[in-house]
Design a protein around this ligand. Structure first.
Ligand SMILES: [Zn+2]
Length: 157
């Protein structure tokens, strides 16, 4: 396996791709293995692409047979390492996978902040109830919470 998000909910790798469009199940162990267990011969690899366990698949980097055919913008690269992509190509593929997970990672930050906010609200409710039980007025509680007496009463009364 290649790369993992911080929360471990997405795992990606640079897959070797066959002429019929199937991708290998990993980039290190299983780098030349198809999901059904079939082994891909080095010379049958037509290119590489990012794949993610969630099912997402990146664009194909076509394997060129001639170094003069390399054109990174066209996703075409010459490769001299048999069935494995070069380190440079793997980095480019990794970058595409990072673009795939970036919005998902930002959503996990939203989820964490929302959980924190829920916890803070619940703690506030608790300490207000405690203050009331000890005899604090709605005006006192409102002042302490930075809202009006009436808002305090409406919210916790
Ligand atoms: Zn994914």
């Amino acid at each position: 396996m290649g790369w993992m998000t911080e929360r471990g909910d997405h795992a990606g790798w640079a897959a070797a791709v066959t002429p019929d469009g199937r991708g290998s199940v990993g980039s290190t162990q299983g780098h030349m293995l198809l999901p059904d267990g079939e082994q891909i011969a080095d010379n049958l690899v037509v290119g590489w692409r990012a794949q993610c366990e969630c099912g997402w698949v990146g664009p194909l980097w076509t394997r060129a047979t001639d170094s003069r055919a390399t054109d990174v913008r066209e996703h075409q690269v010459f490769d001299t390492e048999g069935g494995d992509p070069t380190v440079e190509v793997e980095d480019l593929i990794h970058a595409e996978w990072k673009v795939h997970v970036a919005p998902l990672e930002s959503l996990s930050a939203v989820a964490t902040a929302a959980a924190d906010a829920r916890q803070s609200r619940s703690r506030l409710d608790g300490v207000v109830a405690e203050a009331r039980a000890l005899g604090a007025s709605w005006a006192d509680i409102g002042r302490a919470a930075g809202i009006s007496r009436q808002s305090a009463h409406e919210r916790w009364g």
